[in-house]
Ligand binder design. Structure first.
Ligand code: ASP
Ligand code: MG
Length: 426
């Protein structure tokens, strides 16, 4: 019988120091002893990526993108070699590979490269030789320029998740397990909502929306990749032996007209252009330069104009606020608007559930709940499976608690029954 092939990914906190690396190695060794072939993707140890970034910024404000990716990739080289050595110490055959050695090719965009292809010949050969294969996550090599000009690229923060899912898809792995410092996906962030519950199963679409709206358990692109390739992703704790959460196609979504979970995001700031002229082309004049600067604009509200002018508000990532202002100052002058005001003390709170779009009443319930809790809504945006409100950051915990109660997310019976049915049906 063929041995099952398992892809496991361990995040930075799971390999933060020698003790943890040894613990990860013991876990890998156990799975190996149970008879699986194993490909293990690792992130850089602890805060290594941040430290490497600050090393670079200690040298120059604008490090060269190519050199920066060369530097950042070393974080994962480190952890991969150490996990491999820890396995050797346990008498488990293992070998570490860089992303390029693992056959991961990407486009040429340094710092945010996308995987173009995975050709895991070397991985297969090493598995054949009896090795556990440890792959440095978060990286690949650009293919476009031809072999002699190919460069090391990195996949964007949190990119090791994407490495793991891409390898699971390419190798047609039997399982794809993402080990992290939480036990799985929760109905809300348990640090802010003590009654939050772990979900046994969540659909790709819902998980994607949660990840987009600030849930930091999985990189957005890893979820997308899993969805497209039908990879069932298991999120579980690297610190305890407990069942995690399965991210997978959820056949019961239509029947379960429920909110699945709440997401929140503090990495947001509000920008308002005051008294911009109310005429065609203004939105383009504002948003084109932001797009050119690569600044992601999210919620947009334009008020009803009066007296020939209108106010326009939108959100940008908080870390981009300084750059956004710089881009907008000349735009304001060009348009003859009164001023730009900004507010970095806001937050977004979202309800997410694939059943939302064919069941009316969720928006009203969300707004009513926030009103009863005395929380003012500053902006609203929606998608098919989500409703998001922007509120003051210091009211975030109040808002989350109220919504968690109103949508009965703490009650295990309803959701668990549906999830159990989903597993049986799938
Ligand atoms: N080490 C990289 C980061 O911190 C990639 C990862 O952890 O997935 O973003
Ligand atoms: Mg990570």
């Amino acid at each position: 019988m063929e041995r099952p092939l398992v892809v496991q990914k361990f995040g930075g906190s799971s390999v933060a120091n020698a003790d943890r690396i040894r613990r990860v190695a013991r876990r890998i060794a156990r799975e190996r002893a149970a008879g699986s072939d194993l490909v293990v993707v690792v992130s850089a140890m602890g805060d290594t990526t941040d430290e490497l970034l600050s090393l670079a910024h200690g040298i120059t404000d604008e490090p060269d993108a190519r050199e920066l990716d060369m530097l950042l990739a070393t974080g994962e080289h480190q952890s991969a070699t150490l996990v491999s050595m820890a396995l050797h110490a346990l008498h488990v055959d293992a070998i570490s590979l860089t992303g390029p050695q693992a056959g991961i090719t990407t486009d040429g965009r340094f710092g945010r490269a996308r995987i173009a292809n995975v050709e895991p010949r070397r991985i297969r050969a090493e598995l054949e030789r009896g090795n556990v294969v440890i792959v440095a996550g978060f990286q690949g090599q650009s293919a476009s320029a031809g072999a002699e000009l190919s460069e090391i690229t990195t996949l964007g923060r949190g990119g090791s998740d994407t490495t793991a899912v891409a390898l699971a898809a390419a190798l047609k792995a039997d399982r794809c397990q993402v080990f992290t410092d939480v036990k799985g996906i929760y109905t809300a962030d348990p640090r802010l909502v003590p009654t939050a519950r772990q979900l046994p199963v969540i659909g790709y679409e819902e998980m994607l929306e949660l990840a987009h709206q600030g849930a930091q358990v999985m990189q957005v692109r890893a979820v997308e990749l899993g969805w497209v390739n039908d990879v069932v992703i298991e999120v579980l704790s690297s610190f305890e032996d407990a069942p995690g959460t399965l991210i997978r196609e959820d056949p019961l979504v239509e029947q379960r007209n429920k909110v699945r979970g709440l997401a929140h995001d503090r990495n947001v700031a509000k920008v308002t252009l005051v008294a911009v002229p109310d005429r065609p082309g203004v939105a383009r004049t504002v948003f084109d330069p932001l797009a050119e600067a690569g600044i992601n604009v999210d919620m947009i509200v334009q008020n009803v104009g009066h007296g020939g002018t209108t106010d326009m508000s939108f959100t940008v990532p908080r870390a981009e606020l300084g750059r956004a202002k710089k881009v907008l100052d000349p735009v304001v002058r060009e348009l003859g608007a009164r001023e730009v005001t900004t507010d970095a003390s806001v937050a977004k709170v979202s309800i997410v559930g694939a059943g939302l779009h064919n069941a009316p009443g969720y928006a009203a319930r969300m707004f009513g709940t926030l009103a009863d809790a005395g929380v003012n809504i500053e902006m609203i945006s929606t998608s098919e499976v989500r409703i998001t409100c922007m509120i003051a950051e210091d009211e975030l915990a109040t808002a989350l608690a109220a919504l968690h109660g109103a949508f009965e997310l703490a009650r295990p019976d309803a959701v668990d029954a549906a999830a159990a049915g989903g597993l049986a049906a799938g």
